[in-house]
Design a protein around this ligand. Structure first.
Ligand code: GDP
Ligand code: MG
Length: 179
């Protein structure tokens, strides 16, 4: 994270990580947010470590460097380098697969272990377009978020529901934490 003063204008750069079980839609949430793209057959992420997105807050340019795993979560081997310096996190589960919701506690533990600062955290129930095969209720998501002190939102990377909102709430909260 950094803040600099150039020509009188402040600039912010915040690192945000996306975590959660394999195939919950992490990579598609990022591609939907950063490039407005969705990939129905997405393989494990190759190459790109992060994408940078800018938004304007109080007339200041705030940049978020959003990190996606390269599929390491399948091997429970997300490294400490991945978390280093993160000031925001989206913890994602798939509303159609309860096991991914049950993993949230473990992801929160891991995040806590690796962070030495306040992290703005959003619990994300992705694939809300799959309401017909829902396996986790909206209420359960809300309750867990309340217990853990997280923001909460259901999203769909497929139909774009709440994707921008989820990222922007986290970025706004990081900004609030540091300013
Ligand atoms: P990751 O392993 O968490 O990065 O998950 P991916 O982004 O690779 O997505 C895994 C699978 O779920 C892919 O087949 C995606 O097309 C699909 N997927 C991702 N987001 C959504 C969504 O919001 N709705 C639906 N129906 N499928 C999704
Ligand atoms: Mg991925």
């Amino acid at each position: 994270m950094s803040s600099s003063d150039e020509e009188g204008g402040e600039e912010y750069l915040f690192k945000v990580v996306i975590i959660g079980d394999s195939a919950v839609g992490k990579s598609n949430l990022l591609s939907r947010y950063a490039r407005n793209e969705f990939n129905p057959h997405s393989k494990a992420t190759i190459g790109v470590e992060f994408q940078t997105q800018s938004m304007d807050i109080d007339g200041k340019e705030v940049k978020a460097q959003i990190w996606d795993t390269a599929g390491q979560e399948r091997f429970r081997a997300v490294t400490s380098a991945y978390y280093r310096g993160a000031v925001g996190a989206l913890i994602v589960y798939d509303i159609s697969r309860r096991t991914t919701f049950e993993s949230v506690a473990r992801w929160l533990d891991e995040l806590k272990t690796h962070s030495d600062t306040t992290v703005a955290r959003m619990l994300v129930g992705n694939k809300c377009d799959l309401d017909n095969i829902r396996d986790v209720s909206v209420e359960e998501g809300k309750i867990l978020a309340e217990q853990e002190g997280l923001f909460f939102m259901e999203t769909s990377a497929l139909d774009s529901t709440n994707v921008r909102k989820a990222f922007e709430i986290v970025i706004q909260e990081i900004y609030n934490n540091v300013s």
